[in-house]
Write a protein that binds this ligand. Sequence first.
Ligand code: DP6
Length: 374
Amino acid sequence: LTLTKEDVIHSIVIGAVPEWLGIGLQNRVHRFDSGRHLHLKIFKLFMHQKATTAYANANIALVKYWGKCDHALNIPAVSSLSMTLKDFGTTVSITKASELSVWIDGKICSQEVHHRVNDFLEKTRLIHAFSGTLNIASTSSVPYASGLASSAAFYAALATALNDYCAWGLSPQKLSTLARMGSASAARSIFPGFVGLYGGLHTNHDQAHAFPLKDHPDLDVAMLIAVVNTRPKAISSRNAMNLTQSTSPFFKAFVETHHQDFADAIAAIKTSSFERLGSIMEHSTLKMFATMMTAQPAIFYWQEQTMALINFVYKIRQDLGPIAYFTMDAGPQVKILTKKNHAEAIMSMIEELGLTQHLYRTSIGEGASIVDST
Ligand code: DP6
């Protein structure tokens, strides 16, 4: 068997290395490397050309973004607020290629994703100088398209990698406006901790950026992620929010009542009021789902395990006090905000329920960063 240099790179990037070769290489990579460096090391090994790898954590919205006031620039209809997660994200490596190729967890992406990435790059070119085509390879600890903010981590890492690759020198604020054009939630993943993102009718491209809030140490929160189903969702968050916005009679009320949620959540963080923050998060979540359920046709992401976990959180509050609050996004998974000192006990209780495929514990994490650049 004769492999050319390109064959080996291609095989490794798509994860289709023949078994005899793959076992050896992958084991070595995993023994000596964290995995985040995998793509770049391989590129470096075989090719002497510019390559950049960036990493971004996913984030979970506490005050939800849902709907757009500018579809072309992807400007949200409302301001939102999130928590960047710890060690729960996506690594993206980019290098030059003869045509755009996008790999997700070792597999070439779907046409839909390819089209969306291409669209993002075309919009980026209108604002920042950059020519040529790219090979984009991503690996993720976030199951793809299952309502776990995978697009947020992906576009935040991609924008961060592009900024380095093209030497634009963008500030984090500008970087977040760039990431927003890929996926609005991605704008928030540029920053660490609790993060706000401006949106709304009179917000232009430059104003629709994310910003970090000063964390209050007393909040000391953990986020539990109860995965009840990892199958890709039937309708993407983008399509779901467009359908909701154009057909739900409740969408207007969601937008109109949003300013208060945003302002209250910022105040709750500043005053370290966990109970207040949790209540606002549940309220914003349920208002978002109310608009989905009243879209035509109705959109239902919840499954019976989702409802069981919501009831479980209510029961915890009834029995133990205000120590846990739920949120969900465009998918059936339930995220539970709690204090670090209660996290372990709540995790054991969830495990006993036998409702989840995976249960993760995370907390407040860092913003997007460059892993390597050569
Ligand atoms: C329910 O950011 O995925 O997670 O901008 O169209 O890519 P696009 O949408 P996306 O929507 C996220 C919606 C949400 C709530 C949130 O993260 O604020």
